[in-house]
Design a protein around this ligand. Structure first.
Ligand code: 2PG
Ligand code: MG
Length: 424
């Protein structure tokens, strides 16, 4: 029943895919339905994103969430009591006002996003519908194009190479299921190539192969080889995406590409990346320059934006306000949407709406620290975001999300459509 009201909000400490503590929230309603959700955590976080509340100190490397969990069980539970679960916006507004800071620092973005997502889950449970259906304004649904990591790097792989994510986009796939099979085959082929070269060293934080390469470009070359080995047409069936996460290797005013032994000024970094876009079948580039470099973002977008998707992640931090400014400047033409960067579901949706109004593409994304929580898959489907990035094709916190997409696609049957690659 949509009149169901919140009876109880429970916070608890659970653990994420890096073995770090994180916040789970559970919301119980007066009609017996309930929902729960877990906050994810980034490693390469943007300076302007909503901040997690960690306990600090020596225990658990300072990553404890005792205070955040206490905020859920205390202030937040009291503030949300008896609110109607169907009004997500009112719940999120109450959370934002209660926190009272611009960056969610007081109660913690980890506490807020867990509660906000749990409210969405509880609302769906109260209606007896999947979350995507509650969000969707239509009966049909469109499955997103997956963006799947093949090699980790940067902050997710001990900075073994500088570029953070080397991903593929199965641009030729006709369904979500086919897209995942494509990813599976390329992932496997990449592993075989690395094994044959004596370079297989396990996987990085998001399940991509550990990047045992002599240079950043070698990772791209290996990716092309893997696509060929898996018998796909390079570029036509499978494209490449990279997340440069450039803020992570900026040192002073320059970019230090340690794997290549070079230090570059911004124009030279842009030239290098534009060169890669010409040489490799790159369809998407994320955070090509540092998060505070508006001019660099605009210059890169001007250079390749006609053909290539240019995504702002650290640069936009899922903020409608920052998207508006970036769209005005012509910096980026797509946004990465991470609910915990914003802090609530409502703010994440506002970021998506703003990006869409600017004519941008939208990509719902997981964090490098994840759990079995699959809420973001429902956001991608329910909001018809078009693309989904949840890491690689290994480790269950990643596979849980891909598999949820398969379940939604199967449940929809003939009503399921697939986003495909919306070419620029
Ligand atoms: C990113 C994400 C996921 P993190 O930069 O896009 O790959 O990483 O969660 O560490 O910010
Ligand atoms: Mg990123």
């Amino acid at each position: 029943m949509t009149e169901a009201r919140i009876q109880q909000v429970i916070g608890r400490r659970v653990w994420d895919s890096r073995g770090r503590p994180t916040v789970e929230a559970e919301i119980r309603l007066d009609n017996g339905a309930s929902g729960r959700a877990i906050a994810p955590a980034g490693a390469s976080t943007g300076t302007n994103e909503a901040v997690e509340l960690r306990d600090g100190g020596a225990a658990l490397g300072g990553f404890g969430v005792g205070r955040a969990v206490a905020n859920v069980n205390g202030e937040i539970a009291a503030a949300l009591h008896s609110m109607p679960i169907a009004d997500q916006e009112a719940i999120d507004r109450r959370l934002i006002e209660l926190d009272g800071t611009a960056n969610k620092a007081r109660l913690g973005a980890n506490a807020l996003i867990a509660v906000s997502m749990a409210a969405l889950q509880a609302a769906a449970a109260a209606r007896g519908q999947p979350v995507w259906r509650v969000l969707s304004e239509v009966d049909a649904a469109t499955l997103p194009m997956p963006m799947v990591q093949m090699f980790g790097g940067g902050a997710h792989a001990g900075r073994r190479v500088d570029i953070q994510d080397f991903l593929i986009v199965p641009v030729g796939a006709g369904s979500f299921d086919e897209a995942l099979e494509t990813a599976a085959r390329v992932y496997r082929a990449a592993g075989e190539i690395m094994a044959a070269r004596g370079r297989l060293r396990g996987v990085a934080d998001e399940g991509g192969w550990w990047p045992e390469f002599a240079s950043n470009a070698e990772a791209l070359d290996t990716l092309v080889e893997a696509i060929e080995r898996a018998q796909f047409a390079v570029g036509q069936q499978v494209g490449i995406a990279i997340d440069v996460a450039a803020s992570q290797f900026r040192d002073g005013g320059r970019y230090r590409l340690s794997a290549d032994g070079i230090e570059l000024e911004t124009p030279a970094l842009i030239e290098l990346l534009v060169g890669w876009c010409l040489r490799y079948p790159i369809v998407s580039v994320e955070d090509p320059v540092a998060e505070d470099d508006d001019d660099g973002m605009a210059a890169f977008t001007a250079a390749v934006g006609e053909r290539v998707q240019v995504i702002g992640d650290d640069y936009l931090v899922t903020s409608a306000e920052r998207i508006t400014t970036a769209a005005f400047r012509g910096a980026c033409n797509a946004v990465l949407l991470k609910p915990n960067q914003a802090g609530t579901i409502t703010e994440t949706k506002a970021a998506l709406d703003t990006a869409r109004a600017a004519g941008w593409h939208t990509v719902v994304s997981a964090r490098s620290g994840e759990t079995e929580d699959v809420t973001i898959v429902h956001l991608a489907v329910g909001w018809n975001a078009g693309q989904l990035k949840v890491g690689s094709f290994a480790r269950s916190e990643r596979m849980a999300k891909w598999n949820e997409g398969l379940r939604i696609e199967a449940a929809l049957g003939p009503a399921a459509t697939f986003s495909g690659w919306r070419r620029r």
